[in-house]
Ligand binder design. Structure first.
Ligand SMILES: [Zn+2]
Length: 383
């Protein structure tokens, strides 16, 4: 993705820009694999409480298995509009003992771990942006910071929170890659399935006629499915197949997992139905049966470029010298959960690059630009 080659704006002061970098480095040095976010949560809670936020944790820990609940921090504003700012506190493995290094304006890990910019770039930008708003006494909307646990394990923290606790006029989830200025305006509804085909075992050499191959049913089903990119907004995939016990046994059982996604909520239902029927037809044609368990992982959302919230964020990009780029994604985020709860939601590109790899990196200038963008959105909302 294109990246500004130079600072697109003037950092407000060296002091706040140093503090932002220090905050980010502090955050990535705190271990926070999924389900062990308590230490980073405590760091964030201290910072936010110090700024006057009312900080609470929800009671999701027994559900998520994390050592902390999701963090909520509220601060009243000079208007009755409310801006929700969200990021997730966990990182993907390998993420223990991150040693960040800053080289020529680029932050990376020492190479043995991820950097954790996913999603600590988002957290650092939120902490710095709200500190600037509060300490400069700038007008700002009511602020609700929501930092979730265990996003990387399937949005577990966000799914476990009380949706009525996340209410606002705009929710910005800081959790997309690409240069700041990127605005995710649509993400898919995502279904997964686990299917078990049941046939009948028999000796493959002595009495194959008496057997019914579950693997043949599964193969027949998969061969008849449309998979891959089905259209611009829709995808389908078979993720795994296993079954059978030995070369000389007609396999009585086969397991298949797969998924489908679409930003078009009607289309995803059609594809799900087609995949389901294809598996049932294939099982029936071979004289067997299939059990299929579908799970809706999350619900999609979509805005268009004329929507007020998109224009607000695009104008805020312009305020800080960023070129807004709207796009849709095939992946989900906590934003899907907040949008499903009824909060107008957009996901922002945070500058993180090569995420989920030990090559992960972040430009200091992108972190600064992201922070200024968040500050600009809040200032516009208060105006
Ligand atoms: Zn993330």
């Amino acid at each position: 993705m294109p990246r500004p080659s130079a600072l697109p704006f003037e950092p407000r002061s060296q002091m706040t820009s140093d503090r932002l970098l220090e905050t980010f480095l502090d955050l990535v040095r705190i271990d926070s694999p999924s389900c062990s976010e308590a230490a980073v949560a405590s760091y964030c809670a201290d910072r936010l409480a110090g700024l006057g936020f009312d900080v609470t944790f929800d009671t999701s820990a027994p559900v998520t298995g994390s050592d902390t609940g999701n963090l909520f921090a509220r601060l009243s504003g000079s208007t009755d509009t409310r801006l929700v700012l969200s990021a997730h506190m966990d990182c993907v493995a390998p993420c223990l003992g991150v040693e960040p290094r800053v080289d020529d304006g680029v932050i990376s890990s020492a190479g043995e771990t991820v950097l954790g910019a996913d999603d600590k770039a988002g957290i650092a930008a939120i902490l710095e942006a709200v500190e600037r708003l509060v300490t400069r006494s700038e007008p700002h909307p009511e602020l609700l910071v929501v930092l979730t646990v265990s996003e990387e394990t399937g949005l577990t923290g966000a799914k476990a929170l009380d949706p009525t606790a996340v209410v606002g006029d705009l929710c910005l989830v800081l959790d997309a890659d690409g240069a700041p200025g990127g605005i995710v305006i649509g993400a898919p509804t995502h279904y997964t399935f686990a299917a078990t085909f049941h046939g009948k075992a028999s000796h493959a050499g002595v009495a194959p006629e008496e057997g019914t191959s579950a693997l043949v049913m599964a193969s027949r089903a998969i061969a008849a499915m449309s998979l891959g990119r089905l259209d611009e907004q829709t995808t389908a995939n078979i993720g795994s197949v296993d079954g059978g016990t030995a070369t000389n046994v007609v396999p009585a059982m086969a397991h298949v997992t797969g998924e489908c996604r679409s930003i078009d909520s009607g289309r995803v239902e059609d594809v799900r139905l087609q995949m389901d029927e294809t598996m049932r037809d294939a099982a029936g044609a071979e004289g067997g049966t299939v059990d299929i368990v579908w799970t809706r992982e999350y619900v999609g959302f979509s805005s268009n470029t004329e929507d007020e919230i998109v224009k607000l964020v695009a104008d805020s990009c312009a305020d800080v010298g960023l070129t807004p780029r709207t796009f849709t994604t095939g992946g989900g985020s906590d934003g899907n959960v907040f949008a499903a709860a009824g909060v107008p939601t957009l996901v922002l590109s945070c500058g993180m690059q090569a995420v989920h790899s030990t090559e992960e990196r972040l430009n200091v200038a992108d972190l600064q630009a992201l922070t200024s963008l968040v500050e600009a959105v809040a200032t516009r909302m208060a105006g």
